[in-house]
Design a protein around this ligand. Structure first.
Ligand code: TMP
Length: 226
C-alpha cells in the first residue's frame, strides 16, 4: 500500500471537497476515493459534520432540529466546531500519521462559508475558534465544486427526502454561501481549486482526478493505475 508523503518526509495528505448544496460532492467523493484506492493508496473517506460517533450525534442535532427553539448562529458554529474537534483528534490526525490520504466531505471552509458569509458571524472569530478546535490543522488541498445556488438547490430539492435544516434556508442565504466559497478560493488560490460542477458527472470526475493525481506527483508520490 502506498503512503502519501511529501518531499520533506511529512506523512499523509489531507484533501477536502467543498461546495454549496447540490454540487455533487458526495458522488465525486466516491469516485475519487475509488480511483485513489485503485492506484494503490490507503484512503480514509470521511465527512463533516461527522466522522466519529460523537461528531455524528452532533450532526443529527445540527441538521434535524425542527423544534420551536431556533438554533442561534453561535450555537450552530460551536456545534460544528465541537464535532470537528472530535473528528480531528480521533480520526483525521491518526489517519494522517499512518500516511493515509484523508478525503473529507466539507471542513473549515464550510464553516467560513455557512456560518461566516451565510449567518454573518465575524470571520476573525470563526478563524480563531476553528484554530482552537483543530490545533491549526488545515487541508493540504481543497476542491471547491462550484454551482450556482439556484441550480444546486433545485438538484437538492428534487432529491426527495434528502433535505436538512440548512437546505431549507432562503435562496439569498445560499447565494451568500456560494459567493463566500468563491471569495475564500480567491484568497487562497494555491490551496483551493475551483471546479465547475455545473457539468456532467464524468467531466467533473475527470478534472478532479487529474488535479489530485497532479498534486500527488508534486509531492513526489507516484501513482500508476493498476
Ligand atoms: P451535507 O454535507 O450533507 O450537504 O450537509 C452538511 C450541512 O452542514 C450543509 O448544509 C452545510 C452544513 N455545514 C455548516 O453549516 N458548517 C460547517 O462547518 C459544515 C462542515 C457543514
Amino acid at each position: 500500500m502506498r503512503q502519501a508523503r511529501n518531499r520533506r518526509g511529512q506523512r499523509g495528505l489531507f484533501l477536502t471537497l467543498e461546495g454549496p448544496e447540490g454540487s455533487g460532492k458526495s458522488t465525486q467523493m466516491l469516485l475519487l476515493s475509488a480511483a485513489l484506492r485503485k492506484a494503490g493508496h490507503s484512503v480514509v473517506s470521511t465527512r463533516e459534520p461527522g466522522g466519529t460517533k460523537m461528531a455524528e450525534a452532533i450532526r443529527d442535532t445540527l441538521l434535524s432540529a425542527t423544534s420551536n427553539e431556533p438554533i442561534t448562529p453561535h450555537t450552530e458554529a460551536l456545534l460544528v466546531l465541537a464535532a470537528r474537534s472530535q473528528h480531528v483528534a480521533h480520526l483525521i490526525r491518526p489517519a494522517l500519521a499512518r500516511g493515509a490520504i484523508v478525503l473529507c466531505d466539507r471542513f473549515a471552509d464550510s464553516t467560513f462559508a455557512y456560518q461566516g458569509f451565510g449567518r454573518r458571524l465575524p470571520l476573525s472569530w470563526l478563524e480563531n475558534a476553528n484554530r482552537a478546535a483543530t490545533g491549526g490543522l488545515m487541508p493540504h488541498r481543497t476542491l471547491l465544486l462550484d454551482v450556482p445556488a439556484s441550480i444546486g438547490l433545485a438538484r437538492r430539492r428534487s432529491a426527495r427526502g434528502n433535505q436538512n435544516r440548512l437546505d431549507r434556508e432562503s435562496t439569498a442565504f445560499h447565494r451568500r454561501v456560494r459567493q463566500g466559497f468563491l471569495t475564500l478560493a480567491s484568497r487562497a488560490p494555491r490551496r483551493i481549486k475551483v471546479v465547475n460542477a455545473n457539468r456532467p458527472v464524468e467531466a467533473v470526475r475527470a478534472e478532479i482526478e487529474a488535479l489530485v493525481l497532479g498534486w500527488l506527483r508534486t509531492r513526489g508520490c507516484q501513482t500508476h493505475a493498476r
